[in-house]
Design a protein around this ligand. Sequence first.
Ligand code: F0G
Length: 459
Amino acid sequence: MVGHPPSLPFEPFKTKVVERIPNPTRRQREAALERAGFNLFNLRSDEVRIDLLTDSGTGAMSDRQWAAMMVGDETYAGSRNFAHFEARVHDITGFPYVIPAHQGRAAEHLLFSTLCRPGNIVPNNMHFDTTQAHVVHAGGTPVNLAVREAYDTVSDYPFKGNVDTAALDKLLTVEGKERVPLVMVTITNNTGGGQPVSLANFTEVVHVAHAHGVPVYLDMCRWAENAFFVREREPGMGSRTISEIGRAFFDLADGATMSAKKDGLVNIGGFVAVRDAPLADRLKEALILFEGFPTYGGLARRDLEAMAVGLEEAMDLEYLEHRVGQVRYLGALLDQHGVPFLHPAGGHAIYLDVDRFLPHLGDEELPGQALAIELYREGGVRTVEVGSIMFPQGSSEQRPLELVRLAIPRRVYSASHLAFVADVVGRVYDRRAKIRGVTMTYRPERLPHFTARYSPKTR
Ligand code: F0G
């Protein structure tokens, strides 16, 4: 250990309901790994001590959200909960047309199946796996255009989520709006370490795309966390509210997809919101076919009410200070131990830098998965590989970053849980030279990391 212990993030809430944390023994963890085919998605929750698999839909709702659930108006058409939800999304984003969906990928399905045709190209700073899969599903080709700094895990560049606007301009000049139906920008950039996009960069993206007649959509899953970083890091933004900064982004965009399982602070929910009335009509047709009527979109109406409250709570500065503070706290503990991770700490997660953690393993030894397995084996901590398995080669022009993500659920774990996690990671780091690779024994065609199976290499 070097330096002073990092300061503890103050929890701006108190506990009203508790859930017992399981404590599987080492033998139980070994058995669980075998049963799961060494894919941590196949573990049962009672086999996991600290679950950092995802920050999606795993947060704790507030007392106000639970109270909102009790005023569910479960009518098929015209529920008053939809009216509340629609008004809240409208207030936050300014988009006139709000189409509810059960989660982010459903919103992506609606948008891409409506706008994207076979042979099209969709640029993004970095596609998340479901976004990429929906572009491909619609016959398109996803292209990642993040700035060079995004691929440098050591640099402390403040806006690693930014788009390379010169590369975007070049692509749009060559391909034109005939082949590029939209540009997406993901805030924060989940695939690249939960890193923010600056308002200046997004302004430039919109300027470039609109000059080519191409609309720009935000993947706004973690828009409040992005706004927190903009407020903190971008010149002139320090006195603006989260809501004002968010709105500055939305005012520039043509629409957005949202997984409210992130910065909507709910366990299920999402939406797509747009400016264009004819497009909204087409999205609603697709919605009725795949999700449900436009006043519920595949959700119970009480879920819409909880989302309306959660979207507002996500903009609370004290909440965001704690939220990002937790990620930084974990990062600071890992730094003290010398554990390599993508810098700076992201908005929702720490991403271990696998190339520097396990330099003795080659790409074919699936080092990210090997590391995720060891973190579980060591302390029952469940994480996820964000690397060549989640993003198989060929789907992107560049070798993907090789990372293991420790995603922190919202309002769930305490600082002592994070200290426990840092301790587990530190112990695995200390014995890193002995860690062996894994082989994939079952490779599904789409979204492989969810259902692949592995076996450890014995030599
Ligand atoms: N876009 C981004 C940037 C995401 O992070 C996710 C989900 C989605 C879209 C899809 O949303 O899960 O509600 O269908 N990310 C989760 C994660 C699964 O673990 O990062 P969804």
